[in-house]
Write a protein that binds this ligand. Structure first.
Ligand code: MG
Length: 268
């Protein structure tokens, strides 16, 4: 042992004590970081099982029944269930199916299958579609070796936006669409505040990235117009529909998550 000279140890020990006790002062800066931390509101906890349906989703078709759906024309026979799939029954006068519930902003998952037996060309081959709010169509078409106008092929926002890529699978194979649709907002006087927007994945591949819709996609009475139809104010929530375009397209595993995302105030 070599004891420190008494006069020096008198200063060193208190200095060591101060150094140790001062260390927490470094962390005292933490409240500055905390100024950028947000603790509320706490996002709701949901279950998101692997390859399953989120616990806050509304299941629109699980293979068992068509309870969530109705034909657009009450007198039409409606579609059929075949081996757990919801299948278009082509009518002399086509009749879409629509949900009994109404939706505005939503997240959609659905699976569809083009007929294995290839029939027709262009828009006549495996045509169907998802109509958000019954007005805005994400095209369904057999787009494997089937040239047509690109803003009318599979995963196009019909006649408004061609898909970024053609991610179609072979006829007879199940395919997926995952979509976020944002409803348009209208002022009380009917003026458009913000257009509908859509992001879509086809078979897991990004095909539409936050595109702004120019208005309803051409269909029915507006189909033969030389220009695309403009927006007309409508309700904040409307049924989702699936198109009968005279092709026996099949659907399964359809669910939505009802969203209300920030945006200009919707009409009451
Ligand atoms: Mg279509």
């Amino acid at each position: 042992m070599f004891p420190l000279p008494a006069p020096r140890s008198r200063f060193i020990l208190p200095a060591l004590f101060l150094a140790v006790t001062a260390a927490p002062c470094v962390h005292a800066a933490a409240p500055i970081d905390a100024a950028t931390e947000v603790w509320t509101p706490v996002p709701p906890v949901i279950n998101a099982p692997a390859n399953g349906v989120p616990s806050d989703a509304i299941v629109l078709f699980d293979g068992k029944n068509l309870n969530e759906w109705e034909p657009l024309r009450p007198d039409a026979p409606g579609w059929k269930i075949e081996e757990g799939a919801m299948v278009v029954v082509p009518q002399p006068t086509p009749c879409d199916e629509r949900t009994k519930r109404v939706f505005g902003d939503l997240q959609l998952h659905l699976e569809f299958r083009e007929p294995a037996v290839v029939k027709g060309d262009g828009q006549s081959r495996g045509n169907s579609g998802v109509f958000f709010m019954g007005l805005y169509e994400l095209q369904i078409l057999d787009s494997v070796n089937n040239p047509t106008y690109v803003n009318g092929q599979a995963a196009a926002v019909y006649k408004e936006h061609a898909p970024l890529v053609n991610a179609s699978r072979a006829p007879g194979e199940w395919q997926t669409y995952d979509v976020v649709f944002i409803a348009p907002r209208f002022a009380a006087d009917g003026k458009l505040l913000s257009p509908a927007r859509l992001t879509a994945f086809h078979n897991g591949v990004l095909v539409q990235h936050d595109v702004a819709l120019t208005g309803p996609t051409p269909n029915g009475p507006t189909f033969h117009m030389a220009t695309l139809p403009p927006y007309t104010a409508h309700a904040a929530k409307l049924p989702l529909s699936l198109q009968d375009h005279r092709s026996p397209v099949a659907f399964r595993n359809i669910w939505v998550r009802d969203l209300t995302l920030p945006g200009p105030a919707a009409q009451p």
